[in-house]
Design a protein around this ligand. Structure first.
Ligand code: PLP
Length: 362
């Protein structure tokens, strides 16, 4: 008999990150991964470099410094914060600690792909609730909950749609869930949201016995390469995650960079202001070309292309590449007619609009 992984493991379609290269183009603009176009806080970079002076020593496996910095920034109990190698790892650890063969998770139809992967890794079933106007629908989510449901995953705002649910809807979702179902609020893009009916869910995660909120240093803090995320929620969930994670799951430079980043509120504020300006520019200018742009509160937009030959999302993707811009096809989400475009620096933002204008006119 030969070696073989558990049933179902090789059926998993591996996650594919945004592409970064175009053959024949030396320095393409990468608008495919919702990264921070301003980079990261200079203090975070210095902290990363300083930590790299000592690579022989194990990092702090307790993440005490980072947890204290996060707790102080948001007024939280540091004992109820858990840090992961990106929020992706936290989702996977949730699967390890909470999902068994045949269990179910519930997500919205265009939920972040990593939730499905988490379920598949555990032999659990991913149930997708229909959306309304590319937005999560609380009643549809609740209708999918059964006695087998262990986790409801909701990215708010959601990637790749950019849409969000107001806090009143989040509270209604929570109120409709049985106590044994864990509601995971993925707030990866929360810092970008500018509407006053929104909440990341920190408060709910502090009060409720079954709500976990996750955050990341990959987006607003511009530290995607460092791989740091965190979550806040009930002690029993935090304790479980700490038992199934690797003892040194975050590198010392990653911890140092994240700790410095959370203290640099100026950089985060600048990033939000920059995003707000250019999100609005991209949305308005691309709508003016006659294309449908989903109202986004994140750092990216979702654009719908016509079905007529030569004007499809595939054609637009290829044309943008020919002009040196890489965006994200979202076929893996079933959104075949759409492209997701991250907010970039001024030059690629203007280039993208100009290129799409030429594309639509051609
Ligand atoms: C980018 C993103 C994350 C962050 O992932 P990391 O592993 O922390 O880099 C989480 N959730 C959603 C929906 C995202 O788009």
């Amino acid at each position: 008999m030969s070696v073989a992984p558990l049933a179902g493991i090789l059926d998993i379609v591996p996650y594919k990150g945004g592409e970064a290269t175009i053959p024949g183009i030396e320095k393409p603009w990468k608008l495919s991964s919702n990264e921070n176009p301003l980079g990261c806080s200079p203090a975070a970079k210095r902290a990363y470099q300083a930590a790299a002076e000592d690579l022989a020593t194990y990092p702090d496996g307790d993440h005490a410094g980072l947890r204290a910095a996060i707790a102080s920034r948001y007024g939280l109990d540091a004992g109820r914060i858990m840090c992961g190698s990106g929020s992706d790892e936290i989702f996977q650890l949730l699967g390890r600690a909470f999902l068994d063969q045949g269990d179910e998770i519930v997500q919205s139809a265009h939920g972040f792909l990593v939730y499905r992967l988490t379920a598949q890794q555990a032999g659990a079933i991913c149930v997708s609730a229909p959306e309304t106007n590319l937005t999560a629908d609380v009643d549809a989510l609740l209708a999918c909950v059964t006695s087998k449901t262990k986790i409801v995953f909701l990215a708010n705002p959601n990637n790749p749609t950019g849409t969000y649910l107001p806090y009143s809807e989040i509270k209604r979702l929570h109120a409709g869930l049985p106590d044994h179902v864990l509601l995971v609020l993925d707030a990866a893009y929360s810092e970008y949201v500018q509407t006053n009916d929104y909440s990341s869910g920190l408060e709910l995660a502090g009060e409720a016995g079954n709500v976990l909120m996750t955050r990341t240093f990959s987006k607003i803090h511009g530290l995607a390469a460092a791989r740091v995320g965190w979550c806040y929620g009930p002690q029993v969930v935090i304790d479980a995650l700490n038992r199934v994670r690797g003892p040194f799951n975050i590198s010392a430079p990653g911890l140092a960079a994240a700790e410095a980043a959370i203290l640099d509120q100026d950089f985060a504020n600048q990033s939000v202001a920059f995003n707000t300006r250019w999100l609005s520019y991209l949305t308005q200018e691309i709508r003016a070309l006659g294309l449908e742009v989903t109202p986004s509160v994140g750092n990216f937009i979702l654009v719908k292309f016509p079905s007529e030959a030569g004007k499809t999302s595939e054609a637009a993707d290829a044309y943008l590449r020919s002009r040196g811009v890489i965006v994200r096809a979202v076929r893996a989400y079933g959104l075949n007619a759409y492209l997701r475009i991250s907010v970039g620096l001024e030059e690629p933002n203007r280039l993208t609009v100009a290129a799409l204008k030429d594309f639509m006119a051609s």
